[in-house]
Write a new protein. Sequence first.
Length: 83
Amino acid sequence: MNDIEIAEKHKMIGRNVAIFRKRKGLSQLELSLSLGHKSVSIVASAERFYKGKHFNIEHLLKISDILGVPISVFFEPEIGSEN
């Protein structure tokens, strides 16, 4: 897997986190606070892959718990194509 493919995976994961966060009715700030961060920057940046920022496995484990979804949903390509 090359760097471009990895970047695309990070983008897909970020989009999927945003989809499930919105379905749960949480703002980026609420999710950030639930993760133990004091600002929205980690969630906002990682959801958009801004400047290469992305969620790590620890983030994804915590987010799946907070949102009540299996971690695997963040890795499903078809989810990221929803609006």
